[in-house]
Design a protein around this ligand. Structure first.
Ligand code: SF4
Ligand code: SF4
Length: 372
């Protein structure tokens, strides 16, 4: 099957993919909410790490448990769980990042009835010496939780295999981004969106194979004529990821990089395969670019964004936040100020999970791209 078609199909029906995977393999599916979930441990336990992104269905049941000012990802995911749309899950994992995800963990544990439930309480400050020992102990504890909760033995050999396959996936996604960066027309924004959405739920071995085929196909594709459009970098906190790429393309731009947890932050930095596995996982978390719910220096995220803008010769930055996302909202003023100082145009959009205000977004996007 054409790998792009496979990614498109899975991105449209991720839950169906998980159900079929379960029937096919007899394995367990572990839901998770964040790029700080150590997916390698879940893979090593023989389970499928399934990123819960919310189906976009109307929210009613979740409103009995969550305030209306929680982001649409958190409310939508709880709605899906309460409505029985995530019945294939054998459990879920909650890394402690933003307040909303932390509180969702408690509500989920008490009201959804999935078997396995784990909190991964990583430190907030990642750049201290004591953070290393602490993170190692948290990951070891999670390993034990998985063994007990899923009834498996998680050996070092299986963990080494899982680290290897997850690294392969990261490298292939990075190659895809590199192809898109140097030849922006090589893959359409919607297709890249589909690849990522599917990558977050697919069996990692199947994913690596499909990505390798796709990368080979794209590398061999003829050069696109459409290389002179405005180059845009996205920045923000789309823990869930609507197809915003299409909106930018239709307004005459091309996204050449992003700073999303469901984008570049997901694949940047490899786990060192030569080190003791848990130490190596810890080290990657310390070194990867942080999300605003973590801390690794006051200007860390702004400095990273400036680097990416320059490296990718971007004409402007579009900040995208889910409505009511406080962590990203808090970082925005200083990041914008850093861009302003360098004369880099930017604009900020607050959106809901399902692009309900797409018309307005399109108009503002067109105006921004005309202006830069
Ligand atoms: S912004 Fe990224 S790191 Fe933070 S909660 Fe969302 S997925 Fe996790
Ligand atoms: S979008 Fe923001 S508030 Fe919502 S889960 Fe992600 S970090 Fe938390």
């Amino acid at each position: 099957m054409d790998p792009l078609q496979l990614f498109r199909d899975i991105s449209q029906h991720p839950a169906d993919y998980a159900r079929q995977w379960k029937t096919r393999t007899g394995g367990k599916v572990v839901g998770n909410f964040c790029s700080y979930t150590p997916q390698e441990l879940i893979v090593a336990a023989g389970a499928l790490p399934y990123r819960i992104l919310g189906s976009g269905a109307d929210i009613s049941r979740a409103d009995s448990y969550l305030q209306a000012y929680c982001c649409s990802l958190v409310r939508g995911s709880l709605e899906d769980a309460l409505a029985g749309r995530l019945e294939f899950l054998d459990g879920a994992v909650f890394p402690h990042t933003c307040d909303s995800i932390q509180r969702l963990s408690d509500i989920w544990r008490m009201n959804t009835g999935f078997g396995f439930h784990a909190d991964i309480i990583l430190p907030v400050k990642l750049d201290t010496e004591s953070a290393v020992d602490y993170m190692v102990s948290v990951l070891r504890r999670f390993r034990q939780d998985l063994e007990k909760g899923l009834g498996v033995t998680l050996t070092d050999a299986r963990l080494a295999d899982a680290i290897r396959i997850c690294n392969q996936v990261r490298q292939l996604l990075a190659t895809l981004y590199e192809l898109r960066r140097t030849r922006p027309g090589v893959i359409g924004g919607s297709d890249l969106h589909a690849v990522f959405r599917a990558a977050l739920v697919m069996d990692r071995v199947e994913l690596a194979e499909a990505l390798a085929t796709l990368v080979d196909q794209l590398a061999a594709a003829p050069q696109s004529q459409d290389e002179s459009t405005k180059r845009i970098v996205f920045s923000g906190g789309l823990c869930s990821m609507p197809d915003i790429y299409r909106v930018v393309e239709e307004a005459g731009g091309r996204v050449v990089w992003d700073d999303f947890c469901t984008g570049a932050r997901y694949f940047e930095g490899l786990v060192d395969e030569t080190r003791e596995p848990i130490q190596a996982l810890t080290e990657r978390y310390r070194e990867r670019v942080v999300c605003p719910a973590k801390h690794a220096g006051i200007y860390n995220r702004g400095t990273y964004l400036l680097e990416k803008v320059k490296e990718n010769r971007a004409d402007g930055v579009i900040f995208l936040f889910l409505k009511f996302c406080d962590p990203h909202g808090f970082d925005y003023p200083y990041m914008k100020a850093m861009l302003d100082k360098e004369g880099i145009p930017s604009i900020m959009f607050e959106i809901e999970d399902q692009l309900s205000s797409e018309g307005q977004l399109r108009t503002r996007c067109e105006a921004f791209l005309e202006m830069i």
